[in-house]
Design a protein around this ligand. Structure first.
Ligand SMILES: CCCCCCCCCCCCCCCC(=O)SCCNC(=O)CCNC(=O)[C@H](O)C(C)(C)COP(=O)(O)OP(=O)(O)OC[C@H]1O[C@@H](n2cnc3c(N)ncnc32)[C@H](O)[C@@H]1OP(=O)(O)O
Length: 180
């Protein structure tokens, strides 16, 4: 297995049309249906990265910025944004594609954590991930903070044990004066 992979090697794109049985009473795509689609897309990215079985460990963030109407063409794009030891963060971007007017609206994004597991569901090491584009580098840089926040929210880490996250809340230290 390659020890280092790029983000683009995990790129997964899923295109669907929204059917009536997936909509809410406003005839827009039901949020839970979208979450399931995002989880499927992200899990394939995670499995592509580590070439192993993966499980969803947490859904760290999901935003619903724009409704997706019945009959709409929904495009999901996911990539691993950072690989840790056995876990990895996967970013999912969702677009409403209007092929007739050639418009694409960014409707949602979601950030998931997956863990690679062996046949006994024990976490196993995964390859490193190298970001290449500017967006991949930004997402990679912020992923450690998000991991810490997710671990704190799930009760797996005490806030004072965090490294990167704690820095955000620390008062800037006054500049030291030169001694005469
Ligand atoms: C071959 C290629 C083909 C490609 C094409 C095929 C595609 C084929 C795709 C099929 C894809 C199926 C995808 C199913 C997706 C579900 O639906 S899975 C179902 C829902 N999820 C579950 O049931 C998981 C249940 N939970 C568990 O099994 C265990 O809690 C876990 C997640 C394995 C963790 O186990 P644990 O013993 O607590 O492990 P622990 O060592 O404490 O933590 C392991 C890592 O997870 C991290 N972690 C744990 N919890 C969290 C959290 N809440 N937040 C952040 N990180 C966390 C830890 O920090 C640690 O990270 P590292 O520092 O090692 O990187």
């Amino acid at each position: 297995m390659a020890k280092i992979k790029t983000a683009s090697e995990s790129l997964t794109i899923m295109t669907n049309i929204v059917l009536p049985n997936e909509t809410n009473s406003l005839r827009n795509l039901f949020g839970g249906e979208l979450l399931a689609k995002m989880d499927r897309c992200a899990s394939i990215s995670a499995a592509r990265h580590c070439e192993r079985r993966v499980v969803t460990a947490s859904v760290n963030h999901v935003s619903f910025n724009h409704p997706i109407p019945e009959g709409g063409v929904v495009v999901l794009e996911s990539k691993v944004s950072r690989a840790f030891s056995t876990s990895m963060e996967v970013y999912v971007d969702v677009w409403l594609d209007d092929p007739i007017n050639q418009k694409k609206i960014h409707t949602n994004e979601g950030i998931y954590t997956f863990v690679a597991v062996d046949e006994f569901n024990r976490p196993i090491p995964i390859p490193e991930m190298i970001p290449e584009t500017e967006e991949e580098k930004l997402r990679h840089a912020a992923a450690f903070r998000r991991k810490e926040l997710s671990l704190i929210l799930s009760g797996r880490m005490k806030p004072l044990e965090s490294v990167e996250l704690k820095k955000l809340f620390q008062e800037p230290q006054p500049a030291k004066k030169d001694k005469k």
